[in-house]
Design a protein around this ligand. Sequence first.
Ligand code: ZN
Length: 132
Amino acid sequence: MKRIEVKTRGSSELVDITMEVKEVVKSAGVDSGICVIFTTHTTSGIIINENESGLKRDIVAILNELAPKGKGYLHDRIDNNAHSHLRAVLLGTSVTIPIDRGELVLGTWQSIFFVECDGPRRREFCVSVVEG
Ligand code: ZN
């Protein structure tokens, strides 16, 4: 397992981590198996989708729409970031990608993203490579 640090710049932001994950898989030297990418935070998510600037803004916009800030959430009584937790719930904390012939089985338009929902912050995610 490898921990990788990511520094986010915006309050909500998609960071493409495909290259970092590919490097971990390459150095693992596994021919066939799976790769799990996991975020250790409660206000961020991991997703796979297309790295297109308009779509990235659309994803941030739909998260804003689905879980707008300050809607009287109960968690806001604690630290005022319930919307960030709720957006993370919608995204999920991990993705699993098959490995074949030593490479991630990603479609042409698929990229892996760390999604910041409560930035900017110093974050980390984990990459595990399992042979099988
Ligand atoms: Zn909180």
